[in-house]
Design a protein. Sequence first.
Length: 133
Amino acid sequence: MQSFLRVVMMNKKRPKHLALHKIKLPLPGFVSILHRVSGLFLFLSLPLLLWMLYSSLRSIQTYTRLLDILHYPLSKLVMVALLWAFLHHFCAGIRYLALDLHMGSSLAQARSSSRWVIGVSLLLTVLLGGWLC
């Protein structure tokens, strides 16, 4: 029996490595990966955000120092990236809640809702980021 299984397993042609750059990912899969990346980015930025909250509430000196730091272009870029991460994670989360309720679960609706998530999150990021900067 073992020799039969060994022969069957040896005849299967399996790739030795997975070439990720050759995989054509559909748009809902891309939105899923971005949802995970934005959640990780938000989680890793929690210490920074808590420090900013602490600095803004501690005293007027730390608040003005925080404002000085936030005037640098790099810090504005980080804040806009955090804004995008929050908005994308929020919009994709609403999409996943709707999918859990079996709303929009057909292929065409899933693709359409993926386009909406990307479009709305980018549009809100541009509008709110422009307003904040």
